[in-house]
Design a protein around this ligand. Structure first.
Ligand code: FES
Length: 189
């Protein structure tokens, strides 16, 4: 009885070696599967992360050309004409449509010129004064000629011109914002 018990004790280490090796193989496979899953998961998540961060990485505001009217409407302009255009602004996931006032006028050579109504001093809306034949800003008194050229007042430059294009007889304009309180026109959005 004692001998058979002794034999049984001797065989235990002999049986344990293959068991341990199997366990190691299993651990290795589990680790391999884990690493593989992390790698595949990482690769698959790249497009998702880019998709989620897109609104943050994209430029805040991107404005398309807005229609102003036909060229015929402005062919006999004698003084600046105010128009309201619709602009679509994209801010992250948010899309907003707003209205902006612009002036269609002519330069010294009689060419059409489109001005933003935003005063380059501190951003007030500049109205056209028919009696005075000038733009006069109600906030701090800046005065501009009919083509937007600065005449007097605290503004360091004239009214800002907007980029235009003509397609099929239609005038289009790109509304933009410009830095205030500086002498040179600088787009900020
Ligand atoms: Fe127009 Fe100051 S905002 S003069």
């Amino acid at each position: 009885m004692c001998e058979s018990a002794g034999e049984s004790e001797k065989t235990t280490p002999g049986l344990g070696a293959p068991g341990l090796s199997l366990q190691k193989r299993r651990s290795f496979l589990v680790a391999l599967l884990g690493v593989g899953s992390v790698l595949v998961g990482g690769l698959l998540s790249v497009p998702l992360i880019r998709f989620a961060l897109f609104p943050l990485l994209r430029r805040t505001t991107e404005l398309e050309m807005s229609p102003v009217g036909t060229l015929n409407e402005f062919s006999r302009l004698k003084e600046p004409m105010m128009r309201t255009i619709q602009i679509e602004q994209v801010d992250g996931w948010r899309k907003a449509i707003s209205e902006k006032a612009i002036y269609i006028t002519k330069d010294a050579q009689g060419q059409l010129r489109v001005l933003t109504s935003v005063c380059p001093h501190l951003g007030c809306t500049v109205p056209w004064n028919k009696e005075r034949n000038e733009f006069i800003c109600p906030c701090h008194g800046a005065i501009y000629a009919s083509d937007g050229t600065r005449i007097s007042g605290p503004s360091l430059r004239g009214m800002d011109t907007l980029e235009t294009s003509v397609r099929d007889g239609q005038l289009f304009v790109r509304f933009q914002y410009f830095r205030q309180l500086v002498a040179d026109k600088e787009v900020i959005g």
